[in-house]
Design a protein around this ligand. Structure first.
Ligand code: ADP
Ligand code: MG
Length: 182
């Protein structure tokens, strides 16, 4: 995930310049640099605690509207991985993001990628297929009218642009899927 964000920082900033304030790549870069700095101690934790720790660091360090939302996702996921199967933990983490952002699918946000990922995992799809689903779901935000976050100020002028948070969610999912495949 750290590599994916480093590699795509400029692309994410460009997408955010089109329908936001241009800082999305820089925000995530800051958050994931903080994760990188803590990798020594994160690597000592089990998967659940490591996931939660990543979320807590992202919430504290990322900034922007997206920081606390991605942070919530990983913190809530990590908090549930011990007691629940992955599908259920993932579904509840996505629910927590939607509660925090008062958002639902169709509003041109990261939620439009998180929900299809959660569904693809529940359906038992392989990592390669889940990655494909995520990347396509992000592109599917192009025709949507933004209804949450800064892009919502543009109304119908947000149509025709891929949502930056949807794209970054797809990049993070792709990185996780590639790691599992490897
Ligand atoms: P900011 O908008 O504060 O500059 P970022 O640029 O880092 O923050 O993140 C923008 C992204 O955050 C959007 O592209 C969108 O995907 C996501 N986002 C913003 N508000 C919400 C919300 N209420 N629910 C879900 N996602 C949101
Ligand atoms: Mg922004």
């Amino acid at each position: 995930m750290i590599d994916a964000i480093n590699t795509h920082e400029e692309e994410l900033c460009r997408l955010d310049r089109e329908i936001g304030d241009g800082d999305h790549g820089a925000n995530l870069r800051r958050g994931f640099s903080a994760v990188e700095a803590a990798m020594g101690s994160i690597a000592m934790l089990d998967l659940a605690d490591a996931t939660r720790q990543v979320g807590d660091i992202l919430t504290m360090s990322t900034g922007g509207a997206s920081g606390p939302l991605f942070g919530t996702f990983f913190s809530e996921l990590g908090g549930r991985l011990d007691g629940l199967p992955l599908e259920a933990a993932l579904a509840q983490a996505v629910e927590a993001v939607m509660r925090r952002g008062r958002s639902r699918p169709g509003q041109k946000t990261m939620v439009d990628v998180l929900v299809p990922i959660s569904e693809a995992v529940s359906a038992g799809h392989a990592p390669g297929k889940i990655k494909e689903t995520a990347v396509k779901a992000a592109l599917d935000t192009m025709p949507m009218v933004a209804q949450r976050g800064r892009a919502s100020f543009l109304g119908v002028r947000s149509v025709g642009h891929e949502d930056p948070g949807a794209r970054s969610a797809a990049l993070l999912a792709a990185a996780i899927c590639e790691a599992i495949e490897a």
